[in-house]
Ligand binder design. Structure first.
Ligand code: AMP
Ligand code: MG
Length: 410
């Protein structure tokens, strides 16, 4: 069995994947989908010069000397609500009542807000006055938004590989993209394995435990915006494993993910089934927790077998699967962000690359870390209590108190 560094194992896995195909989706269905191509604005934004205030569109030169003691009176020649297309052109001495977002009329180059005039009626349906007194001067451009000041037609506003956020969908709508070319949502078939596993609602039996990995791993997959096909629990026998894998094939998944049953022992039926229709390698990865890892292919579908111990399964997901799902999704930012944290205590390590559960708190802008409880690979509570996984590099046997290390915030 090969002993691999974490990086070697990760690279080997990633080299088997490429992003899934793309599809053109209605904008409303694009949240969290990954853009398949750069998006170029086809129009300016704003689309046209418009008012940023309720007030009066004017010619700035007309009101250059206006002040409260000697206001400038202008003749109101039009009323321009939002959505209207003004046809007039302001002549010297003229104004048009205008609402926020309404298109500026020709001739006008500024807006005076209603509160700087003698006409303060903003009621819906009110008729504009014949004349309006302006109390303050305005400069050209005041209280207006110029066409193209935010976005110029032709610029790239969103890059390929971006997982679309709510604000992105808003911008795409502004630019008129009713459909967007995005990557299809990858699908992962997930199963647990082991004769000891019970469904969470089933009555306890002697020697049995509840299947917690299915719930945890399914949620981790969904947190990466990937669809989960829950295949259930495989018993420790050939036929049970086989039927689950066959379902994964029928469901057209992009990856099969399992936990447990991949250590080289008497009951590792997963290996037998996979090798009947593909291949599987067992790796020992120089890491803690989660040393054993299986990687292979069943009927051409990639397979990753995580260890069974819950914390090992969790860490294995973060180390090997999250990035893989990012790659499948077409996402350029599918990995967890690394932050620097300072250990408050001395940490002994055994020289393997270690992922340790820690609580984090901030003091004077520095993130301080303290390990949670005991770090056994079955102790899920200490993971629940943790805010971060500290990453102790391979080869390090001791991190003195006060030293900084990399960490993933959970
Ligand atoms: P294995 O990899 O099959 O040797 O399992 C290693 C350990 O993980 C054993 O203690 C199993 O009982 C436990 N385990 C395996 N699968 C699960 C699961 N789905 N949920 C919780 N514990 C599990
Ligand atoms: Mg087992």
């Amino acid at each position: 069995m090969t002993l691999l560094s974490v990086n070697e194992a990760r690279e080997r896995i990633l080299s088997h994947f490429q992003s899934v195909t793309t599809e053109s989706l209605p904008l409303a269905e694009c949240m969290n989908r990954v853009l398949a191509q750069d998006t170029t604005a086809e129009t300016d934004l704003p689309l046209f010069d418009n008012s940023s205030m309720d007030g009066f569109a004017i010619r700035a030169l007309d009101v250059a000397d206006a002040n409260p003691a000697s206001p400038r009176s202008l003749r109101v020649v039009a009323d321009i609500p939002a959505g209207a297309s003004p046809t007039i052109s302001l002549a010297p001495g003229e104004a048009a009542r205008i609402m926020t977002g309404a298109q500026m009329p020709n001739g006008a180059d500024a807006v005076v807000p209603v509160e700087d005039t003698d006409f303060e009626n903003r009621d819906a349906g009110s008729t504009p006055p014949d004349y309006v007194k302006i109390f303050r001067p305005a400069k050209s451009g005041d209280s207006t938004r110029r066409r193209g000041m935010d976005v110029r037609a032709g610029i790239v506003v969103l890059k390929q590989g971006r997982a679309l956020k709510a604000q992105d969908l808003g911008l795409l709508a502004m630019l008129g993209f009713a459909k967007v070319e995005v990557h299809r949502k990858p699908r992962v078939g997930l199963f647990s394995s082991g004769d000891e596993l019970l469904e969470v609602g089933a009555p306890l039996e002697s020697g049995k435990i509840r299947d917690s990995n299915s719930y945890m791993l399914a949620s981790l997959i969904e947190s990466a915006n990937v669809e989960v096909v829950r295949l259930g629990v495989a018993k420790d026998n050939f036929d049970s494993v086989k039927s689950l894998l066959e379902r994964a094939v029928n469901e057209n998944v992009d990856l099969i993910l399992s936990s447990a049953g991949v250590s080289v022992g008497a009951y590792d039926f997963v290996k037998g089934v996979i090798e009947s229709n593909g291949n599987m390698d067992f790796w020992r990865v120089d890491m803690r927790p989660g040393k054993p890892l299986a990687f292979g292919e069943y009927k051409k579908i990639p397979f990753i077998g995580l260890p069974g111990n819950p914390v090992s399964a969790f860490v294995g997901f973060e180390v090997f699967v999250r990035g893989t799902l990012g790659l499948l999704s077409g996402s350029l930012d599918g990995s967890r962000q690394t932050v620097r944290v300072r250990s408050e205590e001395k940490i002994n390590s055994d020289g393997r690359e270690s992922y340790l559960r820690a609580q984090i708190h901030e003091e004077n802008g520095i993130l301080l870390a303290r390990l949670t409880g005991h770090q056994g690979s079955g102790n899920l509570l200490s993971l629940v209590q943790a805010d971060a996984l500290l990453i102790i590099p391979a080869g390090v046997k001791c991190v003195p108190a006060g030293q900084e290390v990399d960490a993933w915030l959970l």
